[in-house]
Write a protein that binds this ligand. Structure first.
Ligand SMILES: *Cc1c(COP(=O)(O)O)cnc(C)c1O
Length: 415
């Protein structure tokens, strides 16, 4: 596809709204920066959950410098990874509810590494591997009893569906080491998302390294791969840039020197994982104003993008109000930005700063929406079409597509 412009509002006039634009060059710039913040030799898994768009995940796999591997958690994400050219050995399969059907498909497609969330999950992975007459590498996901910092989304230290409680590993070690069809390859810890600041990130990741060293002792197996998680941060639908981590490299190296003195020789190999940092600032959401009204003295700007298009997780209290790009020296006013759905929950921002005197037809651009966009929204709710997603690179449109839902007959389901 060739075109004159990759400016989001021009693309919105061409392709319609609501519309996401993903700048693949920005995603690659984020990847380059993330590798630069890390000690040499680290691997980076891209968490497809943040945005499984095939052109985006392909961009993260290809290009100059070190490239990403894939962290996936469903057959849909597996299909996107394979379509984008990831090979089985690039892929880490994770998730607390892996079904026999999806495990069989993943093993059959050659996925090389699985993260096991419990002894029984490990056994299920082993059964799938044996059925394919193979043995797969497994990381044990650990739910650490301790944490060093408080972060916005905590996944460890409390009872959860994620990971094996760290205090039980020693007792389970003989069983964990001997599940047919599996080879214990290492550990996977993911204790935070979207860390508040660099010190919080460093505190948690260095703590994770110490926990992993203790678990290695408990297990009595030398780790080949240690995935210490992530927490790399970027504003979500707010103005601003990706966070910087100038101290991270040295702090991680120092912690590794203490706990894994042979890490520089690759024992173990080290990895982090990230979704939002890699994808977030590549995306812009353009929405069109469909109506403006005043109710009891308050202004409501009704847009064609609601929680069916963006931020469907707002129901979980995880969505900040969005900000809208306002041209410098444009006049602004406070109004609520709401979507088209027939629910009072369809709010992108209550009494936020918007350009003054918006009218039907006007376009609004919401920045930093490349992660947790369409696929984490309520796409089906109220039956509107999914947004158009346009990938651009080098000033060219690479693709313009939309997810289609269709009801189809089912004869029999997967297990
Ligand atoms: C969600 C998730 C990620 C990605 O989190 P971001 O905050 O987008 O970087 C990485 N790893 C695991 C296990 C996750 O569940």
């Amino acid at each position: 596809m060739t075109d004159q412009s990759t400016d989001p509002t021009k693309l919105a006039r061409r392709f319609g709204t609501p519309l996401y634009v993903y700048d693949l060059d920005r995603a690659r710039a984020a990847r380059r920066d993330l590798f630069a913040w890390l000690p040499e030799g680290f691997e980076v898994f891209y968490a497809f959950k943040a945005n499984p768009h095939v052109d985006l995940v392909r961009a993260l796999r290809t290009g100059e410098g070190p490239t990403c591997r894939a962290e996936i958690s469903s057959t849909g994400e597996l299909a996107a990874a394979l379509e984008a050219g990831y090979r089985g050995h690039d892929i880490l399969y994770t998730g607390p509810g892996k079904t026999p059907g999806e495990l069989s498909e993943a093993v059959g497609q050659g996925v090389g590494t699985f993260s096991a969330e419990s002894l029984s999950d490990l056994q299920h992975i082993g059964e799938a591997a044996l059925a394919h007459r193979t043995v797969v590498d497994c990381l044990l996901r650990i739910n650490s009893a301790t944490a060093s910092a408080t972060t916005s989304i905590r996944m460890t230290g409390a009872p959860t569906q994620f990971g094996i409680d760290s205090e039980t590993v020693a007792g389970l070690a003989p069983q964990l080491r001997s599940v047919p069809g599996t080879r214990l390859a290492g550990l996977h810890l993911f204790s935070q998302s979207n860390a508040r600041d660099e010190d919080a990130l460093i505190g948690e990741l260095t703590h994770t390294i110490a926990v992993a060293a203790a678990i290695q002792e408990d297990l009595g197996v030398e780790l080949r791969l240690l995935d210490i998680g992530g927490g790399f941060s970027v504003p979500y639908a707010q103005q601003g840039g990706r966070d910087a981590y100038p101290k991270l490299r040295d702090e991680l190296a120092a912690a590794l020197d203490v706990h894994f003195p042979r890490w520089r020789e690759g024992t173990p190999r080290l990895a982090v994982e990230s979704g939002r940092y890699l994808a977030g600032d590549s995306g812009t959401l353009v929405t069109r104003v469909t109506n403006v009204k005043v109710s009891r003295g308050k202004k409501f700007v009704i847009a064609d993008a609601g929680i069916n298009t963006f931020g469907g997780m707002s129901g979980l209290g995880r969505l900040m109000p969005v900000t809208v790009h306002v041209p410098t020296d444009a006049e602004t006013e406070k109004a609520s930005l709401v979507g088209p759905l027939c629910t009072p929950g369809d709010v992108l921002g209550r009494q936020i700063e918007l350009p003054a005197n918006l009218r039907p037809g006007d376009l609004l651009a919401i920045p930093n929406t490349g992660a947790y966009g369409p696929t984490s929204s309520l796409l089906m709710f109220l039956g509107r079409p999914a947004p158009v997603e346009v990938a651009v690179s080098g000033g060219r449109v690479v693709s313009a597509t939309r997810i289609e839902h269709a009801r189809t007959p089912v004869e029999r389901g997967p297990r």
